[in-house]
Write a new protein. Structure first.
Length: 255
């Protein structure tokens, strides 16, 4: 196994697992399309990274930070649903990106290029993925309560705005990291599809959250191995594996 492939595999495993775990919260919060939308919010930064030759994840992060802040601010000011505000921000971001994204780089921006991951990328991905996983575990119960009823959460002393902001920041970081694996177009599927499959198979919240993590990990592992042996882009293969697992889960869905 060559070292470059090992870096890619390790990076995909950590990002895929945490993305799946995060997805279990996003489905509960009925924000299934927000991960996909935030992948598009990152496009201007991804485009700059491709044009000037720096890490696309670092290009994506500032754009995601600005987008997350605007969504959070707009939600406070307007009381509109978060998914609606995300749609406003992501369409503007896509429009900006396509003003200067070279045609030759569109494919890489949209579906990623896992073969460019080096040792530094792998280490950063591992550290940040573990940090986000730890953070999500700490706030998971509070976010579930917020998802059920913000009024009830406030009655129990939960600072809803604070935890929603932490939650959005976690999504932004995972999306920025995942763009290397699946690109901005497919990132939403990496977050949502493992969680959707786990929901079909789980009997309780613990099985659901950790099942989402496991399926995300397996999908990224198998997709990356298929990339190694078949040569097709890793991003679409990862998502197809996750979709295949979801289809299998339908046969075993708990009623």
């Amino acid at each position: 196994m060559d070292i470059q492939f090992l870096y890619s595999l390790i990076t995909a495993i950590f990002i895929g697992g945490v993305a799946g775990y995060l997805g279990s919260l996003m489905i509960t919060k009925r924000m299934a399309l927000v991960g996909d939308a935030l992948g598009h919010v990152a496009l201007p930064g991804v485009a700059l990274g491709l044009i000037y030759g720096f890490n696309v994840s670092w290009g994506a992060l500032p754009c995601l930070a600005i987008g997350i802040f605007l969504i959070w601010l707009f939600e406070i000011r307007t009381k509109l649903p978060m998914e609606a505000l995300t749609g406003v921000v992501f369409t503007a971001s896509v429009a900006i990106a396509f003003l200067f994204l070279p045609e030759s780089e569109i494919s890489t921006a949209l579906i990623g290029d896992i073969s460019q991951i080096g040792l530094g990328d792998a280490l950063i991905s591992i550290i940040l993925s573990l940090a986000i996983l730890f953070l999500l575990k700490k706030i998971y119960a509070k976010m579930v309560l917020i998802n059920l009823s913000e009024e009830l959460a406030q009655a129990y002393g939960v600072k809803v705005k604070k935890y929603n902001f932490i939650y959005l920041v976690s999504i932004a970081i995972i999306v920025a990291l995942g763009i290397k694996v699946t690109g901005s177009l497919l990132m939403g599927a990496l977050v949502i599809t493992p969680a959707a499959a786990a929901r079909n198979l789980s009997r309780n919240l613990s099985q659901y959250s950790y099942g989402s993590l496991a399926i995300g990990l397996v999908a990224c592992s198998l997709g990356t191995f298929l990339f190694k042996f078949w040569g097709f882009p890793a991003g679409p293969l990862v998502i197809l594996v996750a979709t295949f697992i979801f289809l299998i889960s339908l046969a075993f869905k708990k009623r």
